[in-house]
Design a protein. Structure first.
Length: 382
């Protein structure tokens, strides 16, 4: 896929600085056993990602007590309540791997659970003090984790793990008899199907669809797996369940072909062509473009860099943590919704698949139709 921006945290300047690259190579392959798309291992990428984790990677956001972070937590908690097979979390021993600030564990502790988290970044220790829960500062597996658990959580983690089979085996070794694993990963199916390169992050080694996630977990833990799409955002939720039979490889319909890679490349080329035409048309008409949710656009913009003029592009996002910050290699300060409403661009490109229609409707009303709107579906829907 060429060199793509290395994004790990909001930046005060348009560069990662002297000790982390702004661009890193990116290549895809397919795991023939499960059908999962995987990033090809690269030593430079591995080194940069490990350094970013130790600093505390936060670009994907974290669960928190307010805003969108709380909504993500509420949705996953609802999934756990319906699929854990428990009438209560009281006295349940729960481990969360990659727990961030520990907010999800905090919520489970309020329900009576005995909780433990593990997180390599600084924000884990900050959250430990805030929520009064124990969070080990380390990568999983860790010698500091002893004993077994009734429930082990990995929310937004499995996609980050290069040796994901070993990772699942280590999780299973920490389960009590009858214990359960619950996992959340991004749902990459719409992006793979449409040729959207926004899903590609150097921190993500694995790119799952509902089918390939079920395949992968069942193959490596050897239990039944329930998978469903989240009610909020664009995630897949999976929970192991010994009450359900383990599906055989043949019944799961694994596709061993690598056609998916060729199909994805062709879809990417079509989508990039549409985006280039969009920006070239705006340039011809001397129209400014506002990109809403720019984190979903920077890979494509990097790939189009020699074909478009970024001087008339502005970035906007509802995440206040991003306001006034930059993405590596883009000298475009991220603004908030209020700044767009008060000073709208001629065109607004909304790059969110999960929330794009809602955002466009809200902004169209707030800007009194002073801008021309283009949504994710306009660019990527076949």
């Amino acid at each position: 896929m060429g060199a793509l921006p290395f994004v790990y945290a909001p930046l005060k300047a348009p560069t990662n600085g002297p000790d982390l690259p702004d661009l890193l190579p990116f290549a895809l392959d397919v795991d023939s056993q499960s059908g999962v798309l995987v990033q090809v291992p690269n030593e430079a990428v591995t080194c940069a990602v490990e350094k970013a984790y130790l600093r505390g990677s936060t670009i994907a956001g974290t669960m928190d007590s307010e805003g969108i972070g709380k909504q993500y937590a509420e949705d996953f908690l609802s999934f756990l309540e319906h699929h854990s097979g428990r009438t209560s979390f009281h006295d349940a021993k729960i481990l969360e791997i990659g727990c961030g600030t520990g907010y999800l564990l905090h919520r489970l502790k309020l329900l009576g659970a005995d909780v433990l988290g593990i997180e390599p970044g600084d924000h884990g220790q900050e959250g430990s003090k805030r929520y009064h829960i124990r969070i080990i500062r380390d990568f999983f597996p860790s010698a500091a984790i002893r004993g077994k658990f009734d429930l082990i959580l990995a929310y937004g983690v499995l996609e980050h793990v290069q040796s994901s089979r070993d990772f699942l085996h280590h999780i299973a070794a920490h389960l009590n008899d009858g214990g359960q694993i619950a996992i959340s990963v991004p749902d990459c199916e719409p992006y793979i199907r449409s040729g959207d390169v926004s899903m590609l992050l150097h921190e993500h080694w694995n790119y799952y669809t509902g089918t390939t996630l079920r395949n992968f977990i069942a193959q490596n833990v050897n239990v039944g797996v329930q998978v469903q799409r989240s009610q909020f955002g664009g995630a897949l939720y999976a929970a192991t369940d010994k009450r359900h039979p383990v599906e055989t490889t043949e019944r799961m319909g694994i596709d061993h072909r690598t056609d998916v890679l060729a199909d994805y490349r062709l879809a990417v080329e079509r989508a990039i062509g549409r985006l280039v035409s969009y920006f070239e048309d705006a340039a011809r008409k001397r129209e400014s473009v506002g990109v809403f949710v720019p984190g979903r656009a920077i890979n494509a913009l990097a790939m189009m860099r020699r074909r478009i003029d970024p001087s008339s592009i502005r970035f906007f996002d509802d995440n206040r943590i991003l306001h006034g910050t930059y993405f590596p290699g883009f000298d475009i300060r991220i603004e908030g919704r209020e700044e767009l409403i008060s000073s709208p661009t001629d065109r607004i490109l909304v790059m969110s698949h999960a929330f794009g229609t809602q955002i466009a409707e809200e902004l169209r009303s707030a800007t009194h139709n002073r801008s021309a709107f283009t949504t994710w579906e306009d660019i990527f829907a076949n």
